[in-house]
Ligand binder design. Structure first.
Ligand SMILES: Cc1cc2nc3c(=O)[nH]c(=O)nc-3n(C[C@H](O)[C@H](O)[C@H](O)COP(=O)(O)OP(=O)(O)OC[C@H]3O[C@@H](n4cnc5c(N)ncnc54)[C@H](O)[C@@H]3O)c2cc1C
Length: 387
């Protein structure tokens, strides 16, 4: 087994590192979940796009570099290593885009992908509803055919749409055949949030950021060319998006490797370091944090090896989601323990640990709750009985 990167991959890493070191903003941007921060992040993402680093794995015609999966992973490691800003375009580039590549028409790819990559059109995910979260097939928002206008009329309510308050467009599932079995009569729509009949209401989060939104649709027209996949077959399209969300693309190992490195820096930088260095329990947890992040890296390399050899990602993606979401909580809990009893009061750069901790607590909920992932693992990976 050869675990080293090729010369081409090493050169790719050097090119990423050089560009990022020269271009990553020296000061952290304001949170991308606030209006001001979202605008600052878009500016950054446009610079990334101009230098062709926004979507490295996409074909060149859509603004990418045609990078391999390995190179994409390398880019991600370097991106987080450089402390570059969070990607506010992530729900588009990491969730919707792979689905558009798989199910979209040529016209949809040409129209949607370059605007997404260049951050001129931003996307949010409109799946959850007040009575449909874990049980996504319970959605009630509906789409009714409008033959005269060549499209559909959507009515209903979506909730918990991340950065929905600021995005231009939303991809979502709607019930288009109320008589069909509940997984069958659904259609995947690409909705313009500026269309007549759309009302977006921000929902303030615990940390004060206001990007979360509820989206109300009242007889909103969506043309036929904004249906992704076939009408009434949206469930299969949505499951492809889910594979990306739980599996490889949304949370790559680079994010956790960088957090583990920052934890080690934190350990040595805090006052009272000597005392801490002699606290065996803390030292063990720190070592374990680093090992766990490394383990995720190697597990991902294993997954990528399989994908490159032609395998498709399956229900094992649920194991990945369980791992990264629980790892993120552990890393941030350790940070707060290192910061000590006043952790919640720290400000300046250190405050990012508190905010990161709060966000980590949502990891076991979004992208499908961890209870649901455990059900998937039990039934579909281990083959245990449903009851
Ligand atoms: C930070 C964050 C960002 C989000 N962003 C988006 C977004 O952009 N777009 C979007 O559409 N949604 C988004 N969501 C919503 C998210 O997908 C839902 O919160 C999630 O699917 C759970 O649904 P729910 O909140 O309705 O809880 P419920 O489904 O009501 O679940 C409540 C509890 O019951 C448990 N439970 C439910 N069913 C089962 C079962 N069969 N077996 C065992 N336990 C079960 C759950 O695990 C959970 O603990 C986001 C959520 C968060 C926290």
């Amino acid at each position: 087994m050869d675990l080293s990167f090729t010369a081409t991959e090493a050169a790719f890493r050097d090119a990423c590192r050089t560009w990022l070191e020269a271009n990553v903003p020296a000061e952290p941007l304001p949170s991308g979940d606030t209006r001001e921060g979202f605008a600052a992040h878009l500016e950054w993402e446009r610079r990334l796009f101009d230098a062709r680093w926004a979507v490295v794995s996409w074909p060149e015609e859509y603004g990418g570099r045609g990078a391999t999966l390995w190179e994409w992973l390398i880019f991600e490691e370097e991106y987080y290593r450089a402390g570059a800003p969070q990607r506010v375009t992530q729900n588009g580039i990491f969730l919707l885009a792979p689905t558009v590549f798989e199910f979209g028409t040529d016209e949809q790819r040409d129209r949607i992908l370059p605007a997404m990559a260049s951050a001129t059109e931003t996307w949010c995910q409109g799946w959850s509803e007040p009575n449909a979260g874990s049980d996504l097939a319970a959605i009630q928002s509906r789409g009714v055919r409008d033959d005269a206008s060549g499209g559909w009329r959507l009515t209903g309510q979506k909730t918990w749409t991340t950065r929905g308050a600021f995005c231009d467009r939303m991809f979502g599932l709607f019930r288009t055949d109320p008589d069909a079995e509940r997984h069958r009569g659904l259609t995947y729509f690409l909705v313009d949030l500026r269309a007549p009949g759309v009302t977006v209401r921000p929902v303030e989060r615990l940390d004060g950021d206001d990007g979360f939104a509820e989206v109300f649709l009242d007889d909103v027209f969506v043309p036929d060319h904004d249906v992704l996949g076939a009408p009434n077959e949206g469930w299969a399209v949505a499951m492809a998006t889910t594979g990306s969300e739980r599996g490889l693309t949304l949370r790559s190992p680079g994010r956790f490797l960088a957090t583990a490195s920052r934890l080690i820096e934190l350990f040595y930088s805090l006052a009272g370091g000597t005392e801490r260095e002699h606290d065996d329990a803390l030292r063990d947890r720190l070592a374990q944090a680093w090992i766990d992040a490394e383990a995720y890296r190697w597990q991902t390399y294993w997954t990528v090896t399989q994908l490159v050899e032609g395998a498709r990602s399956g229900p094992e993606a649920s194991l990945v989601k369980l791992y990264w979401s629980e790892l993120d909580v552990r890393l941030h809990e350790l940070a707060l323990d290192l910061l000590g009893p006043h952790a919640e009061l720290v400000d300046g750069d250190l405050a990012s640990w508190t905010k990161g901790y709060q966000f980590s607590l949502s990891g076991p909920i979004y992208a499908g709750t961890n209870e649901i992932q455990r059900n998937v693992v039990a039934e579909r990976v281990l083959g245990l009985p449903r009851k």
